[in-house]
Write a protein that binds this ligand. Structure first.
Ligand SMILES: [Zn+2]
Length: 188
């Protein structure tokens, strides 16, 4: 689908759709029903649509517009961690979950203290890499992060990546096994 056709399709549907095709690949204009600031690109490789899209929000009709503070946190997360990571990996990164309003977070049974609610976390997958491989690659880049949690395939097979400027980043690496809970990972 040509970009113009894609944009028209999204406008026609009137909903936010995860721009998986953009996926940290070629820059693409995202379209969604939010303020002007959040139209288009958030960073070099990521659009606002990619980090605010929520299947649960669309399904349940919930507003998932980040407030200014969370917008600023998302901009820092992309500028400091996600864009450089995408550059160094040299392969597309798909954001499977980014910002979550409190209502959206409840709808997806997120942790009540989830950094997704402050715009400080994204769940990602990278083409051709397992969650474990992606977690290891993130650690090896030396980029700053607060938490990297790699999930077993049974729990989504994604990597939760967070970054904060409210306090020192913990650089904590955890594994979320199929059986539940979290264990410290040696990858740090
Ligand atoms: Zn997460």
């Amino acid at each position: 689908m040509k970009p113009a056709a894609a944009v028209a399709a999204f406008v026609g549907a009137g909903v936010v759709v995860l721009l998986a095709a953009a996926g940290g690949g070629s820059p693409m204009v995202g379209v969604q029903r939010v303020g002007d600031r959040m139209k288009g690109q958030l960073g070099r490789f990521f659009s606002w649509a990619e980090v605010t899209a929520s299947g649960a929000a669309s399904r349940l009709g919930l507003d998932n517009t980040p407030p200014p503070e969370a917008q600023a946190a998302l901009e820092r997360l992309v500028a400091v961690v996600l864009d450089p990571l995408r550059s160094q990996l040299g392969r597309p990164i798909v954001v499977t979950s980014g910002y979550r309003s409190a209502a959206v977070n409840r709808a997806v049974s997120g942790s009540p203290t989830s950094q997704h609610m402050s715009g400080e976390a994204v769940d990602i997958k990278a083409t051709g890499l397992s969650a474990e491989q992606l977690a290891g690659a993130i650690v090896r880049t030396g980029l700053p992060f607060d938490q990297v949690i790699w999930y077993a395939p049974e729990r989504g097979g994604h990597v939760h990546l967070s970054y904060t400027e409210k306090r020192p980043n913990r650089r904590e690496v955890l594994y979320a096994p199929a059986a539940g809970g979290y264990t410290r990972s040696a990858a740090s």
